[in-house]
Ligand binder design. Structure first.
Ligand SMILES: *Cc1c(COP(=O)(O)O)cnc(C)c1O
Length: 372
């Protein structure tokens, strides 16, 4: 059973002014048959304004445009951060979130890095709870469907001077999403980006901000041109240490001979984003009896151990796609395959075990789920 998300009177009450003309049940059912990712949005959203040094009242209202002055600072100097989490349909028909407190803490961390005001955890969690409760009918019931929740914040002060803005909009929108792999889990090809980096030491790599994504898009287009679905980025200084994908962390399963098999993921150096899926898989892997280690992995080690067979599996992980097996890596110097290029047994087992917790089909022994 999952723990209730909120108890008692919220410190940040949300004024409920829901959409007076929500889509009909038939129309919603139609939209939910094949929602894809991030194309369909629910009837409502939550919006709160920061001004004069504090947060004003949050409001749940009809989903729709937010008026912006052309001089709004976010559009010039990119003070913008976001989060991503999901509500999952539970066997009893209810809904539950996965570790939302972690998203709240990371959102505050991102805010500090971008010189933005922190959203108090109570406001962050209550805004999500209120939106999921209001738009519960949008949480898909089909296998591996979920309601993707996108909290975000941006500077809306109309001012072109360069300094942290004085006013901000915090909002939460929600989008029903289908299974990431509607036709079964298929390994993806990675493009090894050696010319471009996503993040630099001392930069914003460990903040979830739109600017990091903007910086990764050109490499993503190069990946697509090379027939790859995703990019893997190396560290900016030596161009040698594997960091992460554009929006997912990465795990390796090595066979260390007499020392056993070991799941390895790169350490959080400050230029990687600390994924909540990554953190959960470190715990879950240990539960499953795997040895786990956070240590740097070089591209040479990756290539040579793929060649000598001591690299058994590689997968990427994040909220949107859960776990994505990686089949091969392609770069300017050619390509290499991981094992037989198919999804490996440990990848498949960890993926299923995480999904079973999220969908309430397995005991939640780490107390990760929050009923809404
Ligand atoms: C959001 C994100 C991840 C994955 O984080 P989760 O909390 O597991 O969803 C990984 N890398 C980047 C760059 C991200 O923005």
């Amino acid at each position: 059973m999952s723990t209730e998300l909120a108890t008692g009177a919220p410190t940040f009450p949300i004024a409920l002014r829901p959409n007076a003309t929500p889509v009909s049940d038939d129309e919603r059912a139609e939209l939910l048959t094949n929602p894809g990712f991030g194309r369909v949005f629910t009837d409502n959203m939550v919006v709160a304004q920061f001004a004069n040094g504090g947060w004003g009242d949050a409001e749940l209202r009809a989903y729709g445009p937010v008026p912006l002055d052309p001089a709004a600072a976010a559009m010039h100097y990119a003070q913008e951060i976001f989060e991503g989490l999901k509500a999952y349909r539970q066997p009893d028909g209810g809904t539950a979130l996965f570790r939302p407190e972690r998203n709240a803490a990371r959102f505050r961390h991102s805010a500090r890095r971008l010189s933005m005001p922190e959203v108090p955890d109570e406001l962050f969690l209550e805004s999500i709870r209120a939106l999921v409760e209001q738009d519960r009918a949008w949480v898909p019931e089909f296998a591996e469907g979920s309601l993707y929740i996108r909290p975000f914040m941006f500077a809306n002060e109309p001012f072109l001077g360069v300094r942290p803005a004085l006013s901000y909009i915090y909002a939460v929108i929600a989008s029903p999403v289908g299974a990431y792999f509607p036709r079964g889990v298929k390994p993806v090809n990675l493009w090894l980006s050696t010319d471009r980096v996503r993040a630099v030491p001392g930069g914003t790599g460990d903040a979830k901000c739109g600017g990091n994504y903007a910086a990764s898009l050109l490499a993503q287009s190069e990946a697509a041109e090379a027939g790859c679905e995703q990019v893997v980025f190396l560290d900016a200084v030596e161009r040698r240490w594997v960091e992460e994908l554009g929006g997912m962390n990465i795990f390796f399963l090595f066979d260390d001979g007499a020392a056993g098999r070991r799941l390895v993921t790169p350490p959080l150096t400050g230029s990687l984003l600390a994924g909540i899926t990554r953190d959960s898989l470190l715990t879950l892997s240990a539960d499953h009896g795997h040895l786990v280690e956070e240590r740097p992995v070089s591209i040479e080690e990756w290539r040579s151990r793929a060649a000598d067979g001591s690299l058994l599996e590689v997968f990427a992980c994040g909220t949107a796609a859960v776990i994505t097996p990686i089949g091969r890596v392609r770069g300017k110097d050619g390509e290499f395959v991981i094992a037989d290029g198919e999804a490996g047994p440990v990848t498949t087992e960890l993926r299923q075990s995480l999904l079973d917790i999220q969908y309430g089909k397995a005991p939640d022994k780490h107390n990760w789920m929050r009923a809404v």
